[in-house]
Design a protein around this ligand. Structure first.
Ligand SMILES: Cc1cc2nc3c(=O)[nH]c(=O)nc-3n(C[C@H](O)[C@H](O)[C@H](O)COP(=O)(O)OP(=O)(O)OC[C@H]3O[C@@H](n4cnc5c(N)ncnc54)[C@H](O)[C@@H]3O)c2cc1C
Length: 375
């Protein structure tokens, strides 16, 4: 029977990152049900890095992982992981006071965040109808993540450190006996001291398969499409309408558009709904002079949230050896380098470094115990 120290369930960006940081010191096996590691949410994101969209715990995790994104270890990726694009946030009629409140709260922590004039807005996106815009802010720090380079870098590094990854392998469940998990994967039983639940939208399902009480995770569907705007959209920064969550941005030479929906969903292979696509087209055509003649691609993905909407990286409080790495919501790509590192340190029983403490990151804050009051 195969034995590993850590069995990671889920080969998305969360499972790949924790596996990467653990593999040099632990025998690690990552199992992924699909044939592609990025088949679910990790392959469906908008690839944005931003500190200014988050506060509290998520912001601290994202900032903690930033040095890795700027300068990954040699050989991790042939391409830079981040390219600065900036981010224009706009508010329409009725959204002024919320936008002002956002700026008052975010500006002290994000000193480069500045209000923008109509002329500055037009310089970023000449097709925006500035007459509709009541407030605009520019965050120059927002960057585009090379998601594939990041995900593949984690998987490659994990394997180079003798970690194992298996796709097309479903985790069916596990029992804990004498301090060891007996896990059923595909047609095999594997033993492991620790199971890491990095199953994204299926986080609670995997827990239940281990007789661990669920955390009450909520997957929420978010929709997107791309279209050819008639010009080369390479480098168009994300442009967000603050009240609705609607945004669009360059995605290679085409534009990616999302209505900013967040409809609760069961864990599934999420598909776009016609209604959400229509809302996105309507927003775009109202806010800009652009027209959507034909969509090139359309998709939806599940962003999965805990009850306090911040991620969890910690051991379960009821069942030994079960580690939660879930609830990354809309920031699982940008937080992966920080969260994967923190999770690996907690699993290994290593202290969190000074740079984490300086951002207020502690084992207790990351632990699912903080949600206990809400359960
Ligand atoms: C439209 C959209 C835009 C987004 N934009 C951004 C963005 O700009 N920046 C950002 O940082 N984040 C963004 N996100 C969020 C980000 O994509 C997620 O937070 C992140 O991908 C979650 O990663 P994960 O590994 O937890 O989940 P997943 O990628 O879903 O991975 C979980 C994996 O577990 C596997 N699994 C589940 N159950 C089992 C089982 N029993 N056995 C084996 N395998 C199993 C699944 O097959 C799946 O592949 C966006 C998301 C969406 C949908």
């Amino acid at each position: 029977m195969k034995h590993v120290n850590v069995l990671v369930v889920g080969g998305g960006i969360a499972g790949a990152s924790v596996g990467y940081f653990l593999a040099p010191t632990h025998r690690v096996l990552v199992v992924e049900r699909e044939s592609g590691y990025g088949y679910h949410t990790s392959g469906r994101s908008a690839a944005e890095w931003t500190a200014c969209h988050f506060d509290g715990l998520m912001r601290a995790i994202v900032l903690y992982g930033r040095p890795f994104m700027d300068a990954p270890p040699p050989g991790f990726s042939a391409l830079p992981l981040l390219q600065k694009r900036g981010n224009l946030m706009i508010a329409l009629d009725g959204g002024e006071s919320d936008a002002d409140a956002f700026y008052a709260q975010a500006a002290p922590d994000n000193p480069l965040l500045v209000p923008y004039t109509d002329a500055q807005i037009r310089a970023v996106a000449p097709y925006l109808r500035t007459a509709l815009i009541r407030r605009a802010f520019w965050d120059p720090e927002n960057a585009e993540i090379d998601v594939d380079a990041l995900h593949q870098g984690f998987l490659r590094g994990l394997r180079a450190a003798d970690g194992e990854t298996r796709s097309n392998v479903e985790f069916h469940g596990a029992e804990r006996r004498d301090g060891v998990w007996h896990a059923r994967i595909a047609k095999e039983t594997v033993t492991a001291e620790i199971i890491v639940d990095a199953a994204g939208a299926w986080g609670d399902t995997v827990a239940e398969r281990c007789a661990v009480p669920p955390l009450g995770l909520e997957p929420r569907r978010r929709t997107a499409f791309t279209f050819d705007p008639g010009f080369d959209a390479t480098g168009v920064p994300p442009i967000d309408e603050m009240a609705s969550g609607f945004y669009f941005k360059g995605s290679g030479p085409v534009l990616m558009v999302s209505p900013g929906d967040q409809t609760p969903s069961v864990p599934c292979d999420a598909q776009p709904e016609e209604y959400d696509l229509a809302v996105a087209v309507d927003h775009l055509e109202t806010l800009t002079t652009l027209r959507v003649d034909r969509m090139k691609a359309r998709w939806a993905g599940l962003r999965t949230f805990t009850r306090d909407e911040h991620p969890v990286a910690g051991f379960d409080r009821h069942v030994d050896g079960f580690f939660w790495l879930v609830g990354q919501g809309g920031g699982g790509i940008m937080s992966a380098s920080g969260l994967g590192d923190l999770a690996a340190r907690i699993i290994a029983g290593r202290a969190l470094p000074e740079s984490a403490a300086a951002l207020g990151l502690t084992v207790e804050r990351l632990s699912p115990r903080r949600l206990a009051a809400a359960i």
